[in-house]
Design a protein around this ligand. Structure first.
Ligand code: NAI
Ligand code: MG
Length: 327
């Protein structure tokens, strides 16, 4: 059956990098059916809502969604979208590519971040004017589901195993449950794993990123550590991400709408193209996913490159070069 892909360019450079990436997807799989939908600041101005009902339905019914970025309304768009796909894990690769100016060229990391609980459940309260509290939620169910995903991720990619990031020496109950559950699932499945205290891990990742590969994290730790790793590889224009749910998934670059360069035709489309490679693999187009990733990598290495990477090429020239690699 034809896979239906919802395409949401959003605002700013989303409208440049998403169409560029759709050309790449069309080139590797002419059978895909693309349905475009609106979300973000512009549609809110027009209709009063940043995420119209038809966009929600389209995403719910699609096999996968490619999203660009939304401006001021980002939180009103991306949080509900992640809910619609039931995303329980956020996959954030951070890899340094030859030809780019990475702080740590040896970095090749993937963060698997728990995406539904921890300190981001919104259980916050203001007890008095000068005292606020937050309730942290960790369940065996969510930790187990993340661990199962991590084991499959590592097995499918022939990775060496994974590192569990936590702070169970202080948060004994919550991170204790997280660590013990992930540890138990990995033991049962025979997947090699070690663990690291998240604060010490932050230091080690800066000094010796090459010693790590896949890192499995609670929600907040995953948010912070993956952003730290983004700094190691440099260039927001290169970082993809995936929000995976039980039967649906959403793929998006990590960057925003880049208002400073929007409309100039110079946005780097590589992060969105790497996100599309993840989308292809999610839909079991493994060969096509690999082909897109290596086409983008070879263009990064040999050029043409966009100005954020020191080049002078536009989005279209980079896209044409990627298409050239694929043909
Ligand atoms: P940003 O990621 O849009 O831009 C930060 C800097 O990186 C800018 O100088 C920009 O030109 C550059 N940059 C980012 N992506 C690039 C690319 N593909 N090619 C070349 N240069 C690139 O982050 P900022 O400026 O903090 O946010 C701008 C807007 O984007 C805000 O309205 C924010 O709410 C929204 N945003 C949306 C997100 C989403 O929809 N998921 C995520 C982050 C921000
Ligand atoms: Mg973040």
């Amino acid at each position: 059956m034809t896979d239906r892909i919802a395409v949401i360019p959003g605002d700013g450079i989303g409208r440049e990098v998403v169409p560029a990436t759709q050309r790449v997807l069309e080139a590797v799989e002419p059978e895909f059916s693309f349905v475009e939908a609106a979300a973000g600041d512009a549609v809110k101005e027009e209709t009063g809502t940043a995420l119209p009902a038809e966009t929600r339905e389209l995403v719910a019914d699609a096999d996968a969604t490619l999203f660009g970025a939304a401006g001021e309304t980002a939180a009103d768009v991306i949080l509900p979208l992640r809910q619609i796909v039931g995303s329980f894990v956020n996959v954030r690769p951070a890899r340094a590519y030859p030809g780019t100016d990475a702080l740590r060229p040896e970095t090749d990391l993937v963060f698997l971040r728990e995406n539904t609980e921890g300190v981001y459940t919104g259980h916050e309260s203001r007890l008095t004017d000068d005292v606020a509290t937050l309730t942290r939620v960790v369940t065996e169910f969510a930790s187990e589901r993340l661990a199962e995903f991590a084991c499959e991720y590592v097995e499918e990619r022939d990775e060496d195993g994974f590192t569990i990031a936590h702070k169970a020496n202080v948060m004994r109950e919550t991170d204790g449950l997280f660590r013990d559950t992930v540890d138990r699932v990995a033991d049962v499945r025979g997947v090699p794993h070690d663990e690291a205290l998240m604060d010490a891990l932050a230091t080690h990742l800066c000094l010796h990123p090459e010693e790590y590969g896949v890192v499995v994290c609670p929600n907040l730790a995953g948010d912070v550590l993956s952003d730290l790793a983004a700094g190691l590889v440099g260039g927001l224009g290169l970082l993809p991400s995936a929000n995976i749910g039980p039967e649906n998934a959403l793929f998006e670059p990590v960057h925003g709408t880049a208002p400073d360069i929007a409309g100039e035709g110079v946005a780097n489309p590589c992060a969105t193209m790497f996100s599309a490679a993840m989308l292809l693999e999610y839909l079991d187009y493994d060969e096509e996913g690999k082909a897109v990733r290596s086409a983008v990598e070879s263009v990064l290495e040999d050029g043409p490159r966009t100005p954020d990477l020191g080049g002078s090429a536009g989005t279209d020239a980079v896209t044409d070069a990627v298409l050239g690699q694929l043909s």
